[in-house]
Design a protein around this ligand. Structure first.
Ligand code: GLN
Length: 549
């Protein structure tokens, strides 16, 4: 029987419940337990797939093609495990299931109500991953903040499970904020007391209180929180702001968060956590030898969460290359032929980001052209790859109005076209080409060297593809289609062998990058940027010397 840890949040949103949950899970995993994490989100969308990134940040796609919350990305990056559709449940999905059952007549004439029907469905899904004895511990992060109307049924389900399951099989970790009032030079516990009170009023009592704080909590404060919130003083955990999210597991280890959980869950016989790899990564991350600057060209750059997995992949790839990756956001809407050299000045590599719709497209194409012509390392992901294809078609093949039919349905050269199976689809939610698909790589290509394999599998999220009618024309002019789906022939990777590093992929390699398994494409891209930077610096020094002579 699996054990269940629920993580709730109080006082305010954005306290980093996902990171605390992932850090605790990491420590338990490092002690040898089989763990997974799931997230229950209170909103009514069936999944975040149709949400604008401005609303909800990046949409994280799992192996099985679920469009999920970006916290699942953190879970995978910390734990190096795959999550699935079952790991992210929304209120919308719960209601959809219950209403479908009602339509099928499954409730036999009964009135369908929040309690018990909605809460029963929530509980069923909360326990689901425990079914086939794959995990020792299942962590469940409850989205939202305690006190929100929307999350009440989830909290009620947790209350019922706390009551139904054996005491040593379930526990609740509550994450709150201890604000520091600068004027009074004091940490304040009142908001935490109120949020725990509110949680208790719903019948859920936390076993552990994790306190986000800018200042260390002394013993007096810990005792005060413990006393008023009715937990043991050792169950009040300090979670200081960290310089990187990857440090949080070590901070939680120091606070013995995992040990308190093991004790409460009556789990014994697990040794010290094996974190050598993690600590090695952290050392490299904190003490880089040099720096590279990467331009991230996108249209949602004001919102860091929109490109979460890409930014984290750079962190992983930077650490392994022992460089600090400084990412410079460049808004594609404002790039023109006239200002491109100035906008991209000082970069060691260019990443053109995924995206949808026509806003900022021409700027992306101009940026790709600059990278191709100047020998600047280029990496295009999904829409970024499609832009590289369009740029090549226009400027090398001379097909002046070449475009993607996503942006221009009347183009005479649709080098990027809607996939055949997508043409019949009318519904928006969950209907793209989603999840993991295999890709066959051409021998001796750049992609082959990067992956060191000819058969890979990566995750997707798109409706458009390279138009294979143009394959011959592209290949005879210097762009190689080096990766294809073995069944459909759909182009997955493009590259330009005469360029130092120019590669575009239809899939999303950022979705599989983890601390312990950085994505090969990011690692090689950063390596190419490092070389470019060294060349740039030596060129600068020698021209300076020339000038001095
Ligand atoms: N909009 C493009 C498509 O649907 C690219 C999608 C993406 O970048 N994820 O094919």
């Amino acid at each position: 029987m699996a054990k269940f840890i629920f993580v709730t949040g109080g006082v305010t949103s954005s306290l980093g419940k996902g990171i605390i949950a992932a850090s605790l899970a990491k420590l338990l995993q490092a002690r040898g337990l089989r763990v997974t994490i799931q997230k229950f989100d209170p909103y009514i969308n069936v999944d975040p797939g149709t949400l604008n990134p401005y609303e909800h940040g990046e949409c994280f796609v799992t192996e099985d093609g679920a469009e999920t919350d970006l916290d699942l990305g953190h879970y995978e990056r910390f734990l190096s495990i795959y999550t699935s559709q079952a790991n992210n449940v929304t209120t919308g999905r719960i209601y959809q299931t219950v209403i479908n059952k009602e339509r099928a007549g499954d409730f036999l004439g009964k009135t369908v109500q929040v309690v018990p029907h909605i809460t029963d469905e929530i509980k069923r899904r909360m326990l689901l991953l425990g079914d086939d004895n794959k995990y020792d511990v299942i962590l469940t992060e409850i989205g939202g903040t305690v006190g929100d109307i929307e999350s009440l049924p989830f909290i009620e389900a947790v209350r019922q499970l706390q009551w139904e399951l054996p005491e040593e099989d379930v526990m609740v970790v509550h994450l709150t904020l201890i604000p520091y009032l600068k004027a009074a030079k004091e940490l304040k516990t009142k908001p935490t007391q109120h949020s725990v009170k509110m949680l208790s009023e719903t019948g859920v009592h936390p076993d552990i209180i994790v306190c986000r704080t800018e200042e260390p909590l002394n013993n007096d404060i810990k005792r005060k929180i413990a006393l008023f919130c009715n937990v043991k003083p050792e169950a009040v955990i300090e979670a200081m702001d960290a310089s990187t999210i990857y440090e949080v597991p070590l901070l939680m280890l120091r606070e013995k968060l995992d040990l308190i959980c093991l004790k409460k869950l009556n789990l014994s016989g697990y040794g010290e956590p094996q974190l050598d790899k993690w600590i090695g990564f952290l050392d490299k991350l904190k003490y880089p030898r040099s720096k590279v600057t990467i331009g991230l060209i996108g249209k949602y750059i004001e919102l860091q969460d929109a490109y979460k997995s890409i930014l984290e992949s750079f962190v992983h790839a930077g650490a392994i290359n022992e460089v600090k990756v400084q990412v410079v956001n460049v808004h594609s809407e404002f790039i023109t032929q006239e200002n491109v050299a100035e906008k991209l000045d000082g970069l060691d590599g260019l990443l053109v980001a995924p995206g949808f719709g026509h806003r900022g497209i021409e700027g992306k194409i101009v940026a790709v052209q600059y990278a191709r012509e100047k020998g600047l390392p280029f990496f295009g992901i999904c829409l970024g790859m499609q832009m590289a294809v369009i740029e090549f078609a226009r400027n090398i093949l001379g097909l002046k109005d070449a475009h993607s039919t996503e942006m221009d349905t009347s183009t005479s050269h649709a080098v990027i076209n809607m996939m055949e199976e997508q043409k019949k689809i009318r519904l928006m939610g969950g209907t793209m080409r989603l999840g993991a698909y295999p890709c066959e790589i051409k021998e001796n290509s750049l992609a082959h060297r990067i992956y060191n394999s000819t058969n890979i599998s990566e995750r997707h999220r798109h409706r458009y593809e390279f138009n294979n009618d143009y394959m011959e024309q592209f290949e005879s002019n210097g762009m190689v289609m080096s990766g294809k789906n073995p069944e459909s022939g759909l182009v997955e990777i493009i590259e330009i062998p005469s360029h130092p590093f120019f590669i575009g992929v239809q899939y999303h390699p950022e979705l599989k990058s983890t601390v312990e398994r950085p994505a090969p494409l990011f690692v090689s891209f950063i390596d190419a940027a490092k070389k470019y930077n060294e060349k740039r610096s030596s060129f600068k020094t020698s021209s300076l010397q020339d000038a001095l002579i």
